[in-house]
Every structure is written in structure tokens, then in C-alpha cells.
Design a protein around this ligand. Structure first.
Ligand code: SAM
Length: 243
């Protein structure tokens, strides 16, 4: 249906993910604010701070969607820097491009429709890669991490912002109730698409916890890997370096 994406995916998960993001693209930003009570903005601000990105650098915002991080990076790297907003989904990418262009962020941003598992960029190219709420949706995460390592410069860093396992006592059950009943209902009300938000809740539950993701990053070859729990571990920011 949408852009012929239904036919492309070889596996069921990729097809499901494509359908979800084609379906929600137009309402994605509104839903993010509603579902997180605006807190996703703080998680992203923290990610920007931890990125240490400076003028003149090359940044890849992978699974960048509607461009919250890419837009901020575009301001930080300045005219001599380079930001690539990359996403597998044409609908999300076109909302992102429109949004950033409307904000006047042009000149140092490029848009690329890519699969995180097979990045079409040269070796040792980027100073920093971010993937925010994206890794969860990738079918072969090990392959994607290896691909990210390849395109990072030596000394470069990867930041993975993703839902994780709540650590705060008592938060688990509340959070489960929220994600499996409130989320799909909110999704149905705003986008008319309950199933996409049910997928979201399921994909959050299936995603590796803090220590498992850290181990995956180390296995892929990242060094000095650490993570920071945000909002009681509902979200974690993992960081790893290429040396
Ligand atoms: N990073 C943005 C943010 O934090 O608001 C968007 C996150 S959105 C929840 C997840 C994004 O991952 C979607 O835009 C989706 O198209 C993208 N995505 C899913 N699988 C991908 C893949 N294999 N390669 C690249 N992007 C992918």
C-alpha cells in the first residue's frame, strides 16, 4: 500500500515495523508528547548533552524519524559540519524533512532512506551516531551494531536511547498497565490505529534490558560501554566508543 513498502520486507517483523511507522508518521510528534507527557524531550536533551557534539563534526542520526535529534545537531555542528538524518521509512523521513526545512535548518543536513543493518556510508566517517527509540525496531540488532561500528571514526561514539527495564521499586506493574492499556487506547483515539500502539508496547517488553544491551554492544566491538538509567530505567541511554 504505502509506497509499496508492504512488498519489500523479507521478514514479518520488518513488514510490521514498516506498517506501524507509515501509519503513525503524520501524528508521530503529537503522540510522543502525549504518551510521554513531554518527557521524551528531556530524554533527548540528555542524549544531546552526552553526545559532546561540537562544531564541524559529522553526525549520523539513525532511525532519526521526524528529526528531533538531527535538528539539534544541525545547530550544534554549524555550517562546516554535516548531519545525516537516516531512516528506513519514507513516510517518517518525509515528515522529518518537512519539519526541519520549515525550521530553516538547511545546508548541513542530508536525508537518507537506509536500513540500519546495511549502512551505505564509508568506513570511519562519523564522529557520533545516535539511534533513539530505533534499535528496538531493527530485526538484526547485532548486524546493525556492527554496521554502526564500521562507519564510526576511531574515537567516535555511539549513543543508543531506548526503552529499557524499569528499576525503580513498584514501577514495573504500573508501567506494564500503562503500556498495555493506556498506550493502545491513546493510540486508537489519536491515530485510529490501536494495533500499532499494541506493537509498541510489545516491542518495549521484548527489548533487551540494560545489561543485555551493554553486552551486545561489547560483543559488536564497542569499548568503554556504559549506560545511564532515565526516569527510573523506563529509558536508558547506552554509550560506547570505537577505538
Ligand atoms: N529517533 C526518532 C525519535 O526519537 O523520535 C524516531 C524514533 S521512531 C520510534 C523509530 C524509527 O525507527 C522509525 O522512524 C522507523 O522507521 C525507524 N526504523 C525502524 N527500523 C529501522 C531500520 N532497520 N533501519 C533504520 N530505521 C529504522
Amino acid at each position: 500500500t504505502h509506497f509499496g513498502y508492504r512488498q519489500v520486507p523479507k521478514d514479518e517483523k520488518a513488514g510490521r515495523v514498516a506498517d506501524v511507522f507509515h501509519s503513525v508518521a503524520a501524528k508521530y510528534d503529537l503522540m510522543n508528547d502525549l504518551m510521554s507527557g513531554g518527557v521524551h524531550r528531556l530524554w533527548k536533551r540528555y542524549t544531546i548533552e552526552m553526545s559532546g557534539v561540537r562544531r564541524g563534526q559529522r553526525i549520523l542520526d539513525l532511525a532519526g524519524g521526524t528529526g528531533d535529534l538531527a535538528g539539534k545537531f544541525s545547530e550544534l555542528v554549524g555550517p562546516e559540519g554535516e548531519v545525516v538524518l537516516a531512516d528506513i521509512n519514507a513516510s517518517m523521513l518525509s515528515v522529518g524533512r518537512q519539519r526541519l526545512t520549515d525550521r530553516g535548518l538547511v545546508g548541513n543536513i542530508e536525508f537518507a532512506q537506509v536500513n540500519a543493518e546495511e549502512l551505505p556510508f564509508p568506513d570511519n566517517h562519523f564522529d557520533c551516531i545516535t539511534i533513539a527509540f530505533g534499535l528496538r525496531n531493527v530485526t538484526d540488532k547485532d548486524k546493525a551494531l556492527a554496521s554502526m561500528l564500521r562507519v564510526l571514526k576511531p574515537g567516535g561514539r555511539l549513543l543508543v536511547l531506548e526503552f529499557s527495564k524499569p528499576r525503580a521499586p513498584g514501577l514495573g506493574p504500573v508501567y506494564d498497565a500503562y503500556s498495555f492499556s493506556v498506550l493502545p487506547t491513546l493510540g486508537a483515539m489519536i491515530t485510529g490505529d490501536r494495533d500499532s500502539y499494541r506493537y509498541l508496547a510489545e516491542s518495549i517488553r521484548m527489548h533487551p534490558d540494560q545489561e543485555s544491551l551493554k553486552a551486545m554492544m561489547e560483543a559488536a566491538g564497542f569499548e568503554r560501554v556504559d549506560y545511564y538509567n532515565l526516569t527510573g530505567g523506563i529509558v536508558a541511554l547506552h554509550r560506547g566508543f570505537k577505538f
